[in-house]
Write a protein that binds this ligand. Structure first.
Ligand SMILES: Cc1cc2nc3c(=O)[nH]c(=O)nc-3n(C[C@H](O)[C@H](O)[C@H](O)COP(=O)(O)OP(=O)(O)OC[C@H]3O[C@@H](n4cnc5c(N)ncnc54)[C@H](O)[C@@H]3O)c2cc1C
Length: 597
């Protein structure tokens, strides 16, 4: 098939909102290749043998320990999955590189150090570097001989990264840029060899530079005392007339924002992957504890209250996984199509991540909040012991919290989700408008009660279709009513982002089950069916609440009544005994004494 046809047929970023997805568009983890399974196992064994036994020493920031672990990971190829072979990497597909982040996610501080090195540390040079820059730095970063770090944030510019104050001034001889300023919260900052740093040329043109640790006028601050991920190095960076050779300008002068924002798309998806890996590990720890702790002469895993928590963890984790690999495969396929069109490696990789930037933001929000939920309930299952540092869940609880803050806070990501959809609609890239109009038309027509529901998953498919209508109706009405002022109505935007995120994850879970039913007998997918149906059932209420809060914030009178009625119709779901479903889900995991990695 020609690339033009592949691209035409493949679902575009945000398009799932207005187009029904099929199983052919959907990659599921059950379809991992033999090699991908091996990579997954390798990550698990690296974590079990090299990282987790050293967790106390890592937490104490033992000098040299984290760099040596990164080097070991490099020796096993775990730092170079997405780096081409000619630059010393393994040149693996995007799904495999996502698997590495997932597989090592349970290492928390280590996982953060690794993700900062392979992601924001390495990718700016890999994707925006000149041939000379790539040849000089990438092979050493791929093996872990050199460690990488990324300095964007400053004391007064975090979410508003472009308001950075660090300056870069060309030296009189034209050979150097002299950097002056300060960066803060820099992961791997205490030991990195190479830094991508952003500064404004002449105080105006936001630009990226490659710095080496030995450059004059460059100093690193003390390690921060943090709430969690204590084993991850986080320092401030200071530049005082720090001379950076002009050949170390990364990308174009004044185009640093392109680097900063594009790298974040991939970082967000990878953060979702690491959160997934961590969630699975912690759920396993909680299940194991529940299977050993007795109260009232009963194993606590036998109590419905505890089973409910275990099942809810499993639902969140499994749904996050379904969406993560669906998007990772989309990115890989889009990248392949761009490559076949003749785009160079970096443009294909960045173009594919940009295409699915909306989904990357959703994965970040969902994954980080899933993990916070899982660690919180894991502490609860441990009771008082969960509050003790002798148990690993206590550390995980603190370590998890950072995920909602970095790679763009979850508020910023929620705002971006809606902003990107609306911008693509305005540019004609996504035909949201006509679909929103047709849903609005449906509101004033006689409801369609009579859709035939004979197929195996017809009721669930209809539910997801209706969810999408709820979003289109709410967002469409908000845009029409508030027009340009919608941008300042952040509360409404947050609700719409939540509706979109829940719906995307619901659809991903549904398609995974439909695809599984094509592969296996229906009686062998009871666990997955229960998870998907439980999620859809809860999602209907979440959508209804978010939609109601949004509508009540901008509509009045007849319009309000009509929209609320529409919302009720679009979020209606058949009665479902979620208690029994959750008992079955938990029962399977408790019997296995783990969450399968
Ligand atoms: C442990 C750790 C490691 C980090 N590693 C790195 C790193 O390696 N490199 C790097 O460059 N940075 C790093 N950071 C910085 C991180 O990316 C920022 O902390 C983050 O982007 C938020 O910026 P901020 O802390 O200035 O918060 P602020 O931007 O001040 O935000 C404060 C609050 O206001 C909200 N807010 C801000 N703007 C808006 C808006 N427009 N609308 C609505 N709400 C808004 C935020 O969501 C947040 O809740 C790290 C931070 C930590 C804590």
């Amino acid at each position: 098939m020609s690339t033009a046809i592949v691209k035409q047929q493949q679902i575009r970023g945000g398009e799932w909102l207005i187009r029904e997805s099929e199983t052919a568009d959907t990659f599921i983890p059950e379809n991992f290749s033999e090699e991908q399974r091996m990579v997954k196992d390798m990550c698990a064994s690296f974590l079990d043998s090299e990282v987790l036994p050293l967790m106390d020493r890592i937490e104490e920031l033992e000098p040299g320990l984290m760099p040596s672990l990164l080097l070991k990971a490099g020796e096993q190829g775990l730092l170079g999955a997405s780096i081409p072979e000619n630059l010393g990497g393994l040149g693996k597909d995007f799904v495999t590189s996502t698997l590495v982040n997932e597989g090592l996610g349970g290492g928390f501080s280590f996982s953060v150090a690794l993700a900062a090195h392979t992601g924001i540390g390495t990718l700016p040079i890999l994707y925006f570097g000149t041939e000379a820059q790539k040849t000089k730095y990438i092979p050493k970063l791929a093996t872990g001989e050199w460690k990488a770090s990324y300095g964007l944030t400053e004391p007064n510019s975090g979410s508003d990264a472009l308001s950075a104050k660090t300056t870069a001034t060309l030296s009189r001889d034209g050979k150097f840029y002299l950097l002056n300023g300060q960066k803060c919260w820099i992961t791997n900052g205490g030991f990195a060899d190479v830094y991508t740093v952003f500064a404004k040329v002449d105080g105006e043109k936001f630009t990226a530079f490659i710095l080496e640790k030995n450059f004059a006028g460059f100093t690193r601050g003390q390690e921060e005392h943090k709430m969690g991920i204590k084993g991850s190095s986080t320092v401030q960076l200071y530049f005082q007339d720090c001379p950076v050779p002009v050949e170390n300008v990364l990308g174009e002068i004044g185009r640093g924002h392109i680097i900063a924002f594009n790298i974040l798309n991939i970082g967000r998806l990878k953060l979702g992957a690491a959160a997934l890996g961590a969630g699975k590990r912690i759920a396993g720890v909680a299940i194991d504890y529940a299977n050993t702790r007795e109260q009232f002469k009963t194993m606590i895993s036998a109590f419905g209250a505890i089973r409910n928590k275990i099942a809810e963890m499993a639902v969140q984790i499994w749904v996050a996984e379904s969406a993560l690999y669906r998007v990772s495969d989309w990115i890989e396929r889009w990248k392949a199509a761009l490559t076949e069109e003749g785009k160079p490696f970096n443009e294909a990789a960045l173009g594919a991540a940009e295409e699915y930037a909306i989904e990357c933001a959703m994965l970040k929000v969902f994954g980080s909040e899933m993990l916070d939920y899982v660690v919180d309930e894991a502490v609860q299952i441990h009771g008082g012991n969960g509050f003790s540092d002798e148990y690993s869940v206590s550390r995980s609880y603190r370590d998890s919290r950072i995920n909602r803050i970095f790679e763009g806070t979850n508020e910023i990501n929620r705002l971006l989700i809606v902003d990107m959809v609306l911008k693509r609609a305005a540019k004609g890239r996504l035909d949201i408008l006509s679909h929103a109009k047709s849903v609005a038309g449906e509101l004033v027509s006689i409801p369609d009660f009579g859709e035939a529901e004979g197929g195996l998953f017809d009721p669930e498919r209809k539910t997801v279709r209706q969810f999408k209508k709820a979003i289109l109706m709410t967002a469409g009405a908000a845009v029409q009513k508030l027009a340009a002022t919608l941008e300042s109505e952040q509360e409404i935007l947050m609700h719409i982002a939540d509706m979109a995120t829940v719906t995307f994850h619901a659809e991903s879970a549904l398609l995974r089950v439909v695809k599984l039913a094509e592969l296996k007998d229906e009686k062998n997918i009871g666990f997955e069916l229960d998870i998907m149906r439980t999620y859809l059932y809860d999602a209907a209420d979440q959508l209804n609440k978010s939609g109601k809060d949004a509508i009540n914030a901008f509509a009045e009178g007849d319009e309000q009544r009509m929209l609320l009625l529409g919302l009720k119709r679009f979020t209606k779901i058949n009665p479902f005994n979620s208690k029994e479903a959750k008992r079955r889900i938990a029962g399977k995991l408790i019997a296995a004494d783990k969450y399968p990695l």
